[in-house]
Ligand binder design. Structure first.
Ligand code: CIZ
Ligand code: SF4
Length: 330
């Protein structure tokens, strides 16, 4: 079936059903086009939690659909693909507990640890953080959350993205380390878990040098999931929404090279926008969702089949909500 025929069928099914479709910025164009609302993970979770339809189809990766379910437990959240963000997959509750134990062994008591998890983590990890009185953060508010968390006088354990943790530490003039890097965690203000995004690891300082040499006036824009040395050499570092805003406000003739996910950058503007890598930086798990999957999910809803629904146990949800809510309270 062609994309156009699939799109027509999706629109027809949507008319018949009480369903809202949301899509993350990193989704493929054809899926992105089908959404009632698009945004970053936080904007999507906030929108979806307040949406009136009983059914929500979330085109994105698992932790994003889970965030809606944490905020709005009575909503039926369905995912056309149970795709899991590669970074979120790098940490589970066992690894989390192991890291806490490593810090305890190095002489930091559990009560002296304030955990913060990047929103790119499972509901179970968010719950483990919530139980310890910690916070969820996004790439746009990480600095605010870290500033607040530091007021507790505790050491920050930042999971799972070491790059985001290190970049904020540099930005705030704080000391950071990565668990297992051989340094003494007691010396650091922010102790980072050793996770990363494989897509954002693709960008290198050499790529920046290449573009700066070729186009001396070009602006370099990167995401804080990129390596610290890459962010340090950038003109602007921001979350997906901050990057979109920054680029939209530039004059069209201004050349800009961007180090973040391909589908989003490609949609930003037609001219004078470059990708900071010779490899197409697409997120494989985001790209798993196809129009066919969206159509199948709608067909199943029509049949009363909710097999792609996200479920979270109430105990997990309760503590994950506490961590998420501490972020909203700020
Ligand atoms: O939270 C999101 O949507 C992601 C993946 C990153 C960001 O910077 O917004
Ligand atoms: Fe996860 Fe990276 Fe994909 Fe974002 S781009 S969803 S952090 S793997």
């Amino acid at each position: 079936m062609s994309n156009n025929a699939l799109k027509e069928e999706i629109l027809k099914l949507k008319e018949e059903l009480d369903v809202t479709i949301v899509a993350h910025f990193y989704q493929k164009d054809e899926v992105f086009d089908m959404a009632d609302f698009t945004g970053d993970s936080l904007a999507l979770a906030t929108f979806a939690a307040n949406d009136k339809n009983p059914n929500l189809i979330f085109c994105g990766v698992g932790f994003m659909g889970q965030s809606v379910k944490i905020l709005a437990p009575n909503k039926r959240v369905l995912m056309p693909r149970m795709a899991c963000c590669a970074m979120a997959k790098m940490i589970d509750v066992n690894y989390y507990d192991q890291n806490v134990a490593i810090l305890e062994k190095s002489g930091i008591k559990k009560e002296e640890i304030m955990p913060i998890t990047y929103i790119n983590s499972s509901a179970e990890v968010k719950a483990a953080v919530g139980k310890m009185g910690g916070y969820v953060c996004t790439s746009s508010n990480a600095k605010v959350i870290i500033t607040k968390a530091l007021k507790s006088g505790k050491k920050i354990l930042f999971v799972p993205d070491r790059c985001l943790g290190q970049n904020i530490a540099i930005d705030m003039g704080l000391k950071s380390c990565v668990v297992g890097d051989g340094s003494d965690p007691k010396e650091a203000d922010i102790i980072c878990y050793n996770g990363f995004c494989s897509v954002h690891q693709l960008f290198d300082v050499e790529d920046i040098e290449f573009y700066r040499e070729k186009y001396p006036d070009i602006l370099v824009v990167t995401h804080p999931e990129c390596k610290p040395e890459v962010c340090e050499k950038s003109d602007f570092v921001g979350s997906t929404s901050q990057i979109i805003k920054y680029i939209k406000e530039l004059p069209l003739e201004q050349k800009v090279v961007v180090g973040t996910e391909y589908n989003m950058v490609n949609r930003l503007r037609e001219k004078n926008t470059y990708i900071l890598s010779s490899t197409k930086p697409e997120c494989p798990t985001m790209n798993e969702t196809r129009l066919e999957d969206l159509k199948d999910t709608l067909l199943k809803i029509k049949d009363g089949n909710y097999e792609s629904e996200i479920t979270i146990s109430e105990d997990t949800r309760k503590y994950a909500f506490e961590a998420l809510n501490r972020m909203f309270e700020l």
